[in-house]
Design a protein around this ligand. Structure first.
Ligand SMILES: C[S@@+](CC[C@H](N)C(=O)[O-])C[C@H]1O[C@@H](n2cnc3c(N)ncnc32)[C@H](O)[C@@H]1O
Length: 274
């Protein structure tokens, strides 16, 4: 029996990201539609979660493989594909740092929205994404941006302020939101600088319930926030974290109704032509 715990996997299996992803479906569909993926394309969605982008990409006709490190999310993705009657979408467990089992140059598109950025070894991630993309293919990543004033960057900033300091050598996932780091990683993987492009884009979290209910979901189901609450509770500061998050969500809510949540978050869209 393998008794070694992979903290990266444990973080994402700790909660149930589906409960957050329910507020991401509409933007996930819009993102999928914006990629210009053709019907015959072979697509890898890395860090796919339960298929927020993988499912709509498959509905456009492409043959999609969703890979995620979390066993529970791979299972949830399979169930969603079955329920939707989509047969050109498969899910399997895997680590973005090491895509063993996936052949070189085997995908036309490799996409990763807020997924591969959370893998611990970013240079290996870039190398693996490039390796499995065929020449002439494209990699598209969506990455949250450090110190950005919008929702997710602020949740992660608050969460890390309450959590214990990370272990030595830890590379923050947020570095994927900094262009110089992204260039360094993909050029090290053999991609010429001029084949890497950046744009700011926006992703909207929507739910027909008030912002405090979305905070409750993050507290109960989103690994990084769950860890932050555990650390805050030990320091007797859980109520402070709750208050700060509720203030953040209320302040960012753009819904005209206070009983609904509609919060846009900015991300860095990275396009790499391989
Ligand atoms: C914020 S969620 C985003 C999920 C999905 N892309 C979406 O937009 O709904 C981050 C995802 O990355 C996955 N993940 C984290 N580290 C990973 C790794 N090393 N390899 C593969 N997936 C990983 C998590 O399990 C989780 O499903």
């Amino acid at each position: 029996m393998n008794t070694t715990t992979n903290p990266n996997k444990a973080l994402w299996e700790k909660g149930d990201f589906t409960r957050i992803a329910e507020s991401m479906r509409e933007s996930g569909e819009a993102l999928a539609a914006s990629l210009g993926i053709t019907r015959q394309a072979k697509v890898l969605d890395l860090g796919c979660g339960d298929g927020t982008t993988a499912l709509p990409i498959a509905r456009h006709g492409a043959e999609v493989l969703g890979v995620d490190i979390a066993t529970n999310l791979v299972e949830a993705g399979k169930q969603r594909a079955r329920a939707a009657g989509v047969t050109n979408l498969r899910f399997q467990e895997g680590d973005a740092c090491d895509l063993r089992g996936l052949e070189d140059r085997s995908f036309d598109f490799v996409v990763s929205f807020f997924g591969a950025m959370f893998a611990p070894r970013p240079f290996d991630v870039a190398k693996e994404m490039v390796r499995v993309t065929r020449p002439g293919g494209r990699i598209v990543m969506g990455n949250w941006i450090p110190n950005d004033p919008t929702l997710v960057a602020q949740i992660l900033k608050l969460s890390s302020a309450y959590a214990p300091p990370p272990p030595e050598g830890f590379v923050s996932p947020m570095t994927w939101g900094v262009e110089t780091h992204v260039v360094e990683r993909f050029t090290a993987a053999g991609v010429a600088r001029e084949r890497i492009a950046f744009a700011r884009d926006s992703f909207t979290f929507r739910q027909p319930r008030p912002p405090a209910e979305l905070v409750a979901r993050f507290r109960q189901y989103y690994g990084p926030t769950m860890n932050a609450f555990e650390a805050a509770a030990k320091a007797g500061r859980a109520a402070d974290l709750q208050r700060e998050l509720e203030e953040l969500f209320e302040a960012q809510n753009q819904s005209p109704s206070k009983d609904a949540t509609h919060i846009a978050a900015t991300f860095l869209r990275v396009s790499v032509s391989v």
